[in-house]
Design a protein around this ligand. Structure first.
Ligand code: NAD
Length: 459
């Protein structure tokens, strides 16, 4: 099929390249001239494994191109997929970018050829069949479902493995309020091997929010247990959770109902740490919470999920101070890793950014290290906060009073922590991501584990 993708960001570019790889002819529209230029030269403006190779292959095959011209893209394609941002606001989400994209697309849709507009951006239930539909009908002068198609197709890819997630999805959700739009969208995905859920646009919108909210809830549940364990000497959240996972309802079961002790991947969300971040979980849980309140339901659990999450940064700094026996004020503290998770350079809502800001408020001299994220991006994310950037782990930890590991980069898992700790002024390390291997733990340094009140003393 001939497809245009509106917004060449994380989701838009991955979607465009993934569809091109499946044989569709894709043109990607963005408002950023620099981004369009970069993409047409084979350069990806952010870090994500496999995207650059995929971009170069699709450019060579002539299956992908980027443009600033919405008109050219729309008139040459059967379908437009909107992948622009939907940032949080006090009222829920800002639909402005999606509405602008819809108004822009609408200018070029012509009567007589049933062009389908698909919303892939994450939007609260009712957005597609009200505001977005109205914008398109106003701009086209045509009727949705009759003269042009409208559908919702939420995206579930994860940063760090976006290409793989897109090419090999767990499920595809198609929300359409008219049959023809749904059928055309099913055709787009005919080469994908996974269950396809066809439902209304509202259910499709809500499936995305429910999916992210349940994962965030698991993380906050584990952090709640971790916080209780951190308040009581002798408790270990790791031991407690491992005990919990022996319940066969946490095992995998075959189609015949036979259990194996293999663990489902979901339990990786049930471990305490420094809290969730990224461009989706905090934004989407917040949006669903505000949307629910607006609809007359006080979503108390979602409120707690967020509160527990945001309380983790200060709790971790308090642990560090308790172990040091004094305040972090005036002392060099290293924040090891700034990306919200490994294999991405995305700092949006990163817990490390919250930790850097809290440390600075408490008067610490903050030194940060990240193998991938650029200093300029960190500065933009933390705003008016002073920090230094180290080019190596050794430099980051040299003379530091304490360190907080905030991202599980492979480099950190493979580092020689006893050696690095020997460079510190007071060797206290909070491992918020369980990166320090068991055989190195406690060798010459105090290890603070998330979910455990007891320091693992230097031996
Ligand atoms: P992003 O900020 O990385 O990209 C948005 C892109 O859209 C930018 O390149 C911007 O220049 C462009 N843009 C804005 N307005 C435009 C317009 N009118 N015409 C053309 N281009 C325009 O955003 P993202 O992370 O890709 O997220 C997009 C949507 O997908 C959001 O709703 C998000 O919640 C959702 N989502 C994100 C992820 C993720 O992991 N990032 C996963 C699933 C869903």
């Amino acid at each position: 099929m001939k497809v245009s993708v509106i917004g060449a960001g994380f989701v838009g570019l991955t979607t465009a390249l993934g569809l091109a790889e499946k044989g569709h002819d894709v043109v990607c529209v963005d408002v950023s001239e620099e981004r369009v230029k970069q993409l047409n030269s084979g350069i990806v403006p952010f870090f994500e494994p496999d995207v650059e190779e995929l971009l170069q292959r699709q450019l060579e095959r002539g299956k992908f191109r980027a443009t600033l011209e919405t008109g050219l893209a729309i008139s040459d394609t059967e379908m437009s997929i909107i992948c622009v941002g939907t940032p949080s606001t006090d009222k829920g989400i800002d639909l402005g970018y999606v509405i602008n994209a819809a108004l822009d697309i609408g200018k070029y849709i012509q009567a007589g050829n049933f062009h389908v507009v698909v919303v892939k951006s994450t939007v609260v239930p009712g957005s597609v069949d009200s505001d977005i539909k109205s914008a398109l009908e106003k701009s086209t002068g045509l009727v949705a479902g009759q003269d042009f198609g409208l559908a919702m197709n939420p995206e579930f890819l994860r940063e760090g493995c976006a290409v793989n997630d897109f090419m090999d999805p767990d499920r595809i959700v198609i929300g359409a309020d008219d049959e023809q739009s749904g059928k055309i969208l099913e055709r787009l995905y005919v080469d994908f091997d996974c269950p396809v859920i066809v439902t209304s646009t509202r259910n499709a919108e809500m499936i995305k929010y429910a999916s992210n909210s349940v994962l965030a809830t698991l993380i906050s549940f584990a952090n709640e247990i971790a916080s209780i364990c951190e308040s009581v000497p002798g408790l270990s959240e790791e031991v407690v959770m491992n005990g919990l996972f022996e319940d066969r309802r946490f095992w995998c079961a075959s189609d015949e109902g036979e259990y194996s002790r293999k663990r489902p991947e979901l339990i990786s969300y049930l471990r305490g740490g420094i809290g969730f971040g990224g461009s989706c979980f905090p934004k989407d849980v917040t949006a669903l919470h505000r949307f629910a309140n607006h609809a007359g339901h006080e979503a108390k659990m979602l409120q707690s999920v967020l509160e527990i999450n945001y309380a983790r940064s200060d709790a971790i700094i308090r642990r560090l101070e308790n172990s040091m026996g004094e305040s972090v004020s005036g002392k060099k503290i290293a924040v090891i890793g700034t990306a919200f998770k490994q294999d991405t350079d995305d700092l949006r809502e990163s817990p490390a950014v919250r930790i850097i800001a809290s440390l600075q408020t408490k008067g610490a001299e903050v030194m940060v290290h990240d193998p991938m994220v650029k200093e300029k991006s960190i500065q933009e994310a933390v705003g008016n906060v002073a920090f230094d950037v180290a080019s190596s782990l050794e430099e980051a930890l040299e003379s530091a009073w304490g360190a907080i590991i905030a991202t599980a980069w492979n480099d950190y898992k493979e580092a020689d922590w006893p050696f690095l700790a020997s460079k510190m002024k007071s060797a206290i390390i909070f491992d918020g991501r369980q990166v320090i291997p068991a055989e190195q733990q406690g060798k010459g340094f105090v290890l603070l584990k998330s979910g455990n009140a007891d320091d693992f003393k230097a031996s």
